[in-house]
Write a protein that binds this ligand. Structure first.
Ligand code: FE2
Length: 375
């Protein structure tokens, strides 16, 4: 399977992973031949890249750190929580979440086990069409990244559990923000910006009244948009005044957001997302936390086509946990010609060769559309 940008898909290629709609129903099955109409539709839906199957990528399978069961249960719980809170007052929201607290703990424990047992770097590229489920998948992704970082930073299991719950519910305050604002594809007005920036405060007020959940989880929701240099919101607190868990969630939140298709911007690839996070190192984001993140996330996901420093072209086959900049790759082209028998190179062993480019990049025009703002 190979990961390709929608703008470079050719008709006649085959879908590698089923494409699902908002409700998880399959819209296009794997193996289906791609038509011109399908490509147009994908572009309209803002899907920037998909998996295709071809001869050169045969046998390459993207892997997931969390199991399908953990994923399904987590999405069910998050969806249920957001759904049941929609029409309630802040106080009854706390009561409802208290009832759901045990489910969240179980879900987060399952994620902890999956992260502990997987030896791979984390790759969580979305294969879903549609934006309604974005918040649910985003919340889960933020929890997975945060737990993996917490583990890397040697947080205890109890701390990992608390940060996982905080991450899973970090945006729960959005249940009081109008969906017309949340789903608005255009730039928000200053009044709308004021509205949306209330969600950390609202989330804090809901979560701090939950007896089942730690107050620190509530602070995760409260502080996830604060930045180390004081440029964040709602309070503009700085440095060590920001809880170390919130510093972890801030990175997971931004990276998860920019690498997903959202209603107002298109997804960028993990190595591009990583560059964006690094651009904020020491100013917006905590440096030590970024370093932990870099060790856990798959910068070059399995299926990505890359160009090497010696000009050879390859597809990423396998990740190394802790060193995902140097994955195992399958060489498919050398000296500008297809190789007859593709062969494997472990970049972790061949240290003189580096990845200099990826073939699956967005067109310059698409790149301009990427919003540098996230909430
Ligand atoms: Fe948020």
């Amino acid at each position: 399977m190979r990961l390709v940008a929608t703008h470079s898909i050719k008709t006649g290629e085959k879908i590698g992973k089923p494409l699902t709609n908002n409700n998880g129903q399959i819209l296009v099955q794997e193996g289906v031949t791609i038509t011109k109409r399908m490509i147009e539709r994908l572009k309209k839906l803002n899907i920037t890249f998909i998996y295709i199957d071809d001869e050169e990528s045969e046998g390459i399978e993207p892997t997931s750190v969390i199991t399908d069961q953990t994923k399904a249960e987590a999405i069910h719980d998050i969806r249920h929580a957001f759904g049941s809170l929609a029409e309630e007052t802040t106080l009854s929201k706390s009561f409802i979440l208290d009832r759901l607290g045990k489910n969240f703990k179980k879900t987060v424990k399952n994620i902890l086990v999956d992260v502990r047992e997987s030896g791979e770097a984390i790759s969580l590229l979305s294969d879903t069409i549609g934006h309604d489920r974005y918040t649910f998948f985003h919340s889960l992704n933020v929890a997975v990244y945060s737990i993996a970082m917490a583990k890397e930073l040697k947080f205890t299991e109890d701390e990992q559990l608390t940060i996982g719950i905080g991450a899973l519910l970090h945006d729960i305050g959005k249940t009081e923000i109008s969906s017309s604002i949340l789903k608005k594809p255009d730039k928000l007005s200053s009044e709308e910006m004021v509205e949306i920036k209330k969600h950390p405060d609202i989330g804090f007020n809901i979560l701090r009244k939950c007896f089942e959940l730690s107050t620190v989880s509530a602070h995760c929701a409260y502080q996830h948009h604060e930045r180390v240099d004081g440029t964040g919101y709602p309070r503009g607190i700085k440095g060590n005044d920001i809880h170390r868990y919130a510093k972890v969630i801030a990175i997971a939140d931004v990276f998860g957001a920019v690498t997903s298709n959202r209603v107002y911007s298109k997804a960028i690839l993990p190595h591009e997302g990583m560059e964006l996070v690094f651009a904020g190192a020491g100013s917006q984001f905590d440096l030590k936390t970024i370093q932990a993140f870099r060790k856990t996330v798959a910068i070059y996901p399995v299926g990505l086509t890359v160009i090497l420093s010696d000009g050879r072209k390859a597809i990423v086959v396998q990740q190394h946990r802790h060193n995902s900049e140097r994955p195992v790759i399958r060489i498919i082209e050398e000296n500008d010609r297809k190789v007859l028998r593709p062969y494997y190179v472990d970049l972790n062993k061949e240290l003189t060769i580096t990845i200099v480019e990826t073939e699956t990049t967005l067109s310059a025009n698409e790149n301009k559309l990427i919003s540098r703002f996230y909430f």
